[in-house]
Write a protein that binds this ligand. Structure first.
Ligand code: PMP
Length: 416
């Protein structure tokens, strides 16, 4: 189902099939996604504006994409489905749409996309990494039921981009609602691996990105309750968001139009929707069964390599195909470079835009520098860094075995 295979040179001079184990950063494009883009390219035009055939067709495809995403996410009929650039953009949009001075409760385990956007004018309560899912629920309940009266929001990941662990979002939604609060779920890493059930789990808002869901870059989505979104200032001021402009401006009440000013990334939205449809058509049962088989093989194999330590918050927790680890005597960058140059294996190293969480898992002080001047901001420098292997559709057992063999070789030598 993947679009293409890649063969790359390694240090021995050989050409080797590339083992992409960096899906959690951006997953490769699925064949049906490429086909959907190809089908749209010959006749695209502006959406919601033109009377011409191409414009009508493109508008129809764009709105159909919204339907596909809504169905994929198990959203309520009246939920807004707003196309954004990515998850970070979606979280920032929501932050701007919250009632002023909302109390936002977050765990320090969040990706920065769900940790930081609330700094724009809200009161942020940051909770320590919980020792168990039950402790997470108890800590959220406590934090949401104390403090000033007013709007409250719990922002939490559904699947960690560092450990792959699944968070108890159904229980967290329940305690949020019992406290009169709302919940936003960062589903960037859940959406590619497990079905999303917004209505069934009673989630208020959900965000995810196309490029982690087997579509190319540039489109994400914010899905959720329309009331705050319809009342908020438009995310961007400009054409499309405004219904009537005289000396004053009337904004669209429809949250989708209100927050999608300017010409949208139509191909990105179509690609994202095509990925949703392709995953649904393949069927979650087979996807999950294969992922769990490979994940068990990887985790068991890692545990057998002396000097390799997996980073995990809750040992027994079910998880998606994302595993972070460290290798004694080696920096994460050295391991990642060697895996690439000698074995044609692509992994990620650093703090994965989750600095507080990675430091917590490594027992590192809060002062460890995350970046050097010119660094990525997602933390490849400093000593408190890890290696992350992540995978999904199209990953083969051979990729996992190659990684384990390479790590065995690395762990039993010292860096040059
Ligand atoms: N949340 C999680 C859990 C992620 O893994 C990522 C991407 N690493 C993001 C949010 C941000 O996604 P994007 O870069 O597409 O905005």
């Amino acid at each position: 189902m993947l679009g293409a295979d890649l063969t790359v040179p390694v240090s021995s001079g050989e050409l080797v099939p590339y083992a992409n184990l960096d899906y959690a950063a951006s997953a490769p494009c699925l064949r049906p996604v490429r086909d959907a883009i190809d089908a749209a390219l010959p006749a695209y035009s502006s959406v919601h504006r033109g009377a011409g055939y191409a414009s009508q067709l493109t508008t129809q495809r764009y709105e159909q994409a919204r339907h596909s995403v809504r169905a994929f996410a198990g959203a309520r009929e009246d939920d807004a489905v707003i196309f954004t650039r990515n998850t970070t953009d979606a979280m920032n949009l929501l932050s701007g749409a919250l009632p002023p001075y909302t109390t936002v409760v977050v765990f320090e385990t969040e990706h920065h996309a769900a940790l930081l956007p609330w700094q724009r004018g809200h009161r942020v309560v940051r909770l320590a990494a919980p020792r168990s899912p039950a402790e997470a629920v108890a800590a959220a309940r406590q934090a949401l039921s104390t403090g000033p009266v007013g709007s409250r929001l719990l922002a939490v990941t559904a699947a960690s981009n560092v450990t792959g662990e699944l968070w108890p979002i159904a229980e967290l939604a329940r305690v949020a609602h019992e406290a009169g609060a709302r919940i936003v779920v960062d589903a960037a890493q859940l959406a590619p691996h497990r079905p999303l059930e917004i209505a069934a789990l009673d989630l208020d808002y959900v965000a995810f990105s196309g490029h982690k869901l087997y579509a190319p870059f540039g489109a994400g989505v914010l899905i959720g309750r329309p009331d705050w979104l319809s009342a908020a200032e438009p995310y961007l001021y400009g054409g499309g968001a405004s219904r009537n402009v005289t000396s004053d401006v009337e904004w669209h009440e429809d949250p989708e139009q209100r927050h999608e000013a300017g010409t949208p990334n139509v191909l990105g939205a179509l690609a994202l929707a095509a990925a949703c449809d392709a995953l649904t058509a393949t069927g979650w049962d087979s996807l999950i069964a294969e992922e769990e088989r490979l994940l068990a093989r990887l985790r068991t194999g890692l545990a057998e390599i002396p000097g390799v330590r997996e980073l995990t918050l809750w040992d027994e927790q079910p998880r998606v195909g994302i595993v972070s680890f460290v290798v004694d005597g080696w920096t994460a960058r050295e391991v990642a470079e060697k895996l690439s140059s000698d074995h044609a294996i692509g992994v990620r190293d650093g703090k994965f835009c989750a600095h507080p969480f990675v430091r917590h898992l490594l027992g590192a002080p809060d002062t460890d520098p995350a970046t050097e001047p010119g660094g990525s901001g997602c933390g490849t420098a400093g000593t408190a860094t890890a290696i992350r292997a992540s995978f999904g559709v199209g990953t083969q057992e051979e990729h996992i075995d190659r990684l384990l063999l390479a790590l065995h070789q690395i762990a039993t030598t010292t860096p040059a």
